[in-house]
Design a binder for this molecule. Structure first.
Ligand SMILES: *Cc1c(COP(=O)(O)O)cnc(C)c1O
Length: 360
């Protein structure tokens, strides 16, 4: 077996030990005589898997008791719609801060249900920074303020929560959830598709403050209604059982590896290794303002775009994959989520150095 070093933006690399555990219990989960894929979600076996996953997540992320944790379907994109459907609470307006394409998409969907105010945007600067919160035009009557703490395509990340003056903060954390310690109490709602930092695609995590739910628009389908889902332990219908199970193993892996503090320190070291190299020379370039650079997604361009194809070809031959940048920005992008090792990032930097030396 030969595993590549996988820099894919998502679905993304998973911890090898988790995959090995999945493999070991694939046919017979802990003496049950069946695969997790074959279990009824109402059986006690799966109930224990589901409850353990939530318990471990609550523990590592220090989620207070007045927050519900939901395991849903429809991806982060589904949440672009479910958030306004559920959180308007009789209000008309919602605030969106745009720091990349995902936030833009979220705002567009919200526009079908609410009056969207773009409180700030860095689009005019090609999403290369976070607009200074002091200049945000927030509406004090907004139902919520929506941000994308890490913009996966542009590689722009909030390194601290903005102050929304009591208006609930909603965050699409798809690409940086569990990448460092987090103060959940600063948020009204956090959502994330699992396939970047948590597990396989097909499951979406929502962490929501209890008092914000229960007032969904009357037309909201039951399975999109946070309150109904919370009351039914995310099992109003059949949940994505297998993805839920793998996510639970990843939560456990985080816990066993020192929790979010240790994970965050490791991620900071990984990101510094790559950015320090990029900043030390002139063949590669990252366009994002230093204090807003992402620790998870590192886009970079080559001095000569005609070398892009050769760069990717050589990378593949060196066992490095998933480096092609998003079609909207071009160049390269290295996604270095929790499961990417420091050695993996070092291998990338070594390859970049060698490519620049021979082709630059
Ligand atoms: C990947 C991603 C999405 C889309 O997630 P889906 O689960 O495919 O809908 C949305 N927001 C951010 C920040 C992402 O990184």
């Amino acid at each position: 077996m030969k595993r590549i070093i996988n820099f894919s933006a998502g679905p993304a690399t998973l911890p090898l030990s988790v995959l090995q555990q999945v493999q070991a219990e694939l046919l017979d989960w802990q003496g049950s005589g069946m695969s997790v894929m074959e279990m009824s979600h109402r059986d006690k076996e799966f109930m224990s898997i589901a409850q353990d996953a939530e318990k471990t997540l609550r523990e590592i992320a220090h989620i207070p008791a007045n927050y519900k944790v939901l395991f849903l379907q429809g991806g982060a994109t589904g949440q672009f719609t479910y958030v306004p459907m559920n959180l308007l609470r009789g209000r008309a307006g919602v605030d969106y801060v745009l720091t990349g394409d995902w936030g833009k998409k979220a705002a567009k969907e919200a526009g079908k249900y609410a009056k969207v105010n773009i409180a700030a945007s860095s689009e005019a600067d090609k999403f290369t920074h976070i607009p200074d919160p002091a200049g945000w035009k927030l509406d004090p009557d907004a139902a919520y303020v929506h941000i994308t703490p890490n913009e996966t395509i542009h590689g722009v990340e909030f390194h601290q929560e903005p102050d929304t003056h009591g208006v609930p903060l909603v965050a699409d954390m798809s690409s940086n959830i569990l990448s460092r310690p987090i103060d959940v109490t600063r948020y009204g709602l956090i959502y994330a598709g699992a396939q970047k930092n948590i597990g396989p695609s097909g499951i979406t995590i929502v962490i929501v403050r209890e008092d914000l739910i229960g007032q969904a628009l009357p037309t909201t389908p039951g399975i999109f209604d946070y309150k109904q889902m919370a009351d039914n332990e995310s099992m109003l219908n059949t949940p994505p059982c297998f993805a839920w199970y793998v996510s639970g193993l990843v939560f456990k892996w985080i816990k066993d590896n020192g929790g979010l503090q240790a994970v965050g320190e490791r991620n900071a070291r990984k990101a510094a290794l790559l950015y320090d190299y990029i900043d030390s020379q002139s063949f590669y370039r990252n366009p994002v303002r230093k204090e807003h650079r992402s620790r998870m997604n590192v886009p970079f361009t080559l001095a000569n775009a005609e070398l892009d194809a050769d760069f990717l070809k050589g990378a593949k031959a060196a066992g490095l994959s998933g480096l092609k940048g998003h079609r909207s920005v071009g160049g390269m992008r290295a996604s270095i989520y929790n499961a990417m090792t420091l050695e993996g990032v070092q291998a990338l930097v070594d390859y970049m150095k060698e490519f620049a030396r021979t082709r630059g």
